[in-house]
Design a protein around this ligand. Structure first.
Ligand SMILES: C[S@@+](CC[C@H](N)C(=O)[O-])C[C@H]1O[C@@H](n2cnc3c(N)ncnc32)[C@H](O)[C@@H]1O
Length: 417
């Protein structure tokens, strides 16, 4: 077969918060020293051009990502006008691919076809070509195949379905992205596993719903901190310990502070539960400490250098109705002072060049207006550098988290010492 050159060889399906996914992906790719990259963004997809080695490394790294949904490799590229030339190419690609999959032993395989295009006729044509190619390849290779084909545009497998329907063991999702006049075809190599997070969430002894950061967001925040294995992650508002736990899972040490006794009991119970899973229980227990304290006095308990501060702090009182402008302003001023004081003290322990990953609130006080702590002023007062954009994909910081119409929204800020 003639090896043709592809414009892109990797596709990424971004999460519901596309900007956050791109920020996390940029951070992952920076770890492979990629600071420039050919890419195209289309709908919820990013197409990239990576080397073989980078592709392999990326798939491995995605295991620990929090905001990316799916990733795969592109194997074929064709012009929409040449649809009739596609079938033999798809058959050749499928033959090559099926022979490398573990399902070879059972010779039973499930296919899911994900065709992303707004043109119904192209979708129908592509669906028919791919289906026929699958049947022909399967019969040539003596595979028993079952096809889950798209009924409508939105019928791609959700990560939940992917694992529930055992696609990770016995299936393959063929992805077709039709971008302008070009069709990119490939299949998934990695999908986020929501069942793992659901299990972790259900298993942890204490969940305080008003105090919790989601597991996925916590994981993204920890990744963005770039704390090196063995270094200390510090969360001065640790709540139920979700961020600390994600840090421990990535072989970091973890120190947490909370002024609320119930939260301290909760985070200790959660981290203890996690530590019990390890045979060398005592060694895991040595890796974290949690203190009951007002974080403004953190110097009373911290006595070592920290590799990064990651926190979703106190975001102000819980409110159900739009606050007045004055009330919103007062709350923001109070929080700005609290964050400044805690960061000023923490920075003394933070290693130079290391990061602070901070969530700040944004209070809406009318249909069109909102207010948030002055993150630039906080940076200045704490001698931190505020990051304005991501290295790749042009993500502007801070990144908005949550829905626009919420009364209290959140923003993700990155500072460096
Ligand atoms: C949004 S929650 C943290 C969520 C946490 N990341 C988790 O996943 O559970 C904020 C926490 O900050 C604590 N807190 C508020 N003011 C504090 C202060 N001055 N010092 C220490 N902790 C404080 C609250 O008790 C609460 O548990």
């Amino acid at each position: 077969m003639i090896k043709m050159s592809l414009s892109f060889n990797t596709f990424i399906k971004l999460g519901a918060n596309g900007e956050l996914s791109k920020l996390e992906l940029s951070s992952i790719l920076e770890e492979f020293s990629i600071t420039e990259l050919k890419f195209q963004e289309w709908k919820k997809y990013l197409l990239l051009e990576l080397s073989k080695e980078q592709q392999t490394k990326l798939i491995k790294s995605l295991e620990k990502s929090g905001s990316i949904i799916k990733a795969g490799f592109i194997e074929l590229e064709e012009k929409v006008n040449d649809l009739n030339e596609l079938k033999p190419k798809i058959i050749a690609y499928l033959k090559k691919t099926l022979q490398t999959l573990p399902i070879q032993k059972t010779r039973k395989i499930k296919f899911s076809i994900n065709i992303q295009t707004s043109t119904i006729t192209i979708r129908k044509q592509l669906n028919s070509i791919i289906k026929k190619s699958i049947y022909q390849t399967s019969s040539d290779l003596l595979f028993e195949s079952k096809i889950r084909s798209p009924k409508k545009e939105t019928s791609e497998l959700s990560p939940y379905q992917f694992f529930k329907e055992n696609f990770h063991k016995r299936g393959i999702e063929i992805t077709c992205l039709v971008i302008k006049s070009t069709i990119f075809i490939g299949h998934l190599k990695w999908v986020t596993n929501p069942l793992k997070d659901i299990k972790q969430d259900e298993e942890r002894p204490v969940r305080l719903f008003t105090h919790g950061t989601s597991i996925k967001l916590a994981r993204t925040l920890v990744n963005l901190s770039k704390i090196q294995e063995g270094d200390v992650l510090f969360d001065p508002f640790c709540g139920t310990g979700t961020i600390l736990l994600e840090g421990l899972k990535q072989n970091l040490q973890a120190i947490g502070i909370d002024r609320d006794p119930k939260s301290v009991r909760a985070s200790k119970a959660n981290l203890n539960h996690f530590s019990m899973k390890f045979p060398s229980k005592e060694r895991m227990k040595d890796k974290w400490s949690i203190y009951l304290l007002d974080s403004q006095n953190l110097n009373e308990v911290i006595d070592i250098k920290i590799g990064g501060l990651v926190t979703e702090p106190y975001l102000g009182p819980f409110i159900k109705e739009l606050p007045t402008k004055e009330k919103a302003k007062d709350t923001m001023t109070m929080l700005e002072k609290l964050y400044t004081k805690v960061l000023q003290k923490s920075v003394e322990y933070l290693k130079t060049g290391h990061r602070v990953i901070l969530i700040i609130p944004e209070y809406r006080y009318s249909q069109d207006y909102s207010i948030y702590p002055d993150y630039q002023k906080i940076a200045k007062n704490c001698k931190l550098e505020f990051q304005t954009k991501s290295t790749l994909f042009n993500v502007k910081l801070p990144v908005q988290i949550g829905r626009k119409h919420n009364i209290i929204n959140r923003k993700l800020v990155i500072y460096t010492k």
